[in-house]
Design a protein around this ligand. Structure first.
Ligand code: 13P
Length: 258
């Protein structure tokens, strides 16, 4: 069966409550334009409930079909972790997804593969679909270490997961040098790493499972470069930062994946 394409908007630490509502309503109203592509909005944690309300989410389902996700979470269920958000709290507000191990979390907040691994397991246990991010820096790419870095990240972040769990996840390949820089990976550069990730998943689970896992590309995706990425065989969607803050751009990217 063909993998359903998935385009997620990582709003990062942007917008205010009114703008979050406005953007959500604009995307939900036009979701039909992106028919066949799964859309996910990942607002800042504090606005997850605002977006859930704007999507008229009930029991985790929105009449628009747009899904909701977090940007990060703690791996523990509850307790003395000041400032953190537990997996079940996202579930409680109707989230189906959570982004984990984003490069900004890895580089700015010291998240290691072991931390990403613990969070991935916790997300799955709570019933959330983790969007597990991996990707090399410019220095690593120029040093010819892309494959080694991505291999270590994939194996470390997914260590100990059963094949059944691997089947449930989404992986996002986000080369750090392409994030927020306007420098998108060429479709071929992205495809090569996506194929590598799929072969790693085949080794960790099975070729059959690997064939079902959706692998998104992220890093300066815009409506005008999305189509070339979308026609690559192992690119199953996009994780979009800056361009997800405008309904036109976000939907334009989703359309390219139809
Ligand atoms: P940009 O689309 O702004 O480059 O961000 C990509 C990203 O980090 C999505 O998670």
């Amino acid at each position: 069966m063909a993998r359903k394409k998935i385009v997620a908007g990582n709003w990062k630490m942007n917008l205010d409550r009114a703008k979050a509502r406005e953007l959500t309503a604009a995307v939900a109203a036009r979701v039909g334009e992106a028919g066949g592509v799964e859309l996910v909005l990942c607002p800042p944690a504090l606005y997850v409930e605002t977006v859930a309300t704007a999507l008229h989410l009930a029991g985790g389902k929105s009449p628009s079909g747009v899904a909701l996700g977090g940007q990060n979470m703690h791996d523990k269920a509850s307790g003395a972790f000041t400032g953190e958000v537990a997996p079940a709290m996202f579930v409680d507000l109707g989230c189906q997804y959570v982004i984990l191990g984003h490069s900004e979390r890895r580089t700015l907040f010291g998240e290691t593969d072991a931390i990403v691994n613990a969070k991935t397991k916790a997300a799955l246990a709570a019933g959330l679909t983790p969007i597990v991010c991996v990707g090399e820096t410019l220095e690593e790419r120029e040093g010819g270490r892309t494959d080694a870095v991505v291999t270590t990240q994939v194996r470390g972040s997914l260590a100990g997961l059963s094949a059944a769990d691997i089947e449930k996840i989404v992986v996002a390949y986000e080369p750090v040098w392409a994030i927020g820089t306007g420098k998108v990976a060429t479709p071929l550069q992205a495809q090569e790493v996506h194929a590598l990730i799929r072969s790693l998943l085949a080794g960790l689970a099975s070729p059959e499972v690997a064939g079902k896992v959706r692998i998104q590309y992220g890093g300066s995706v815009k409506p005008d470069n999305a189509a070339d990425l979308a026609c690559q065989p192992d690119i199953d969607g996009a994780l979009v930062g800056g361009a997800s803050l405008k309904a036109d751009d976000f939907l334009g990217i989703a359309k390219a994946f139809q």
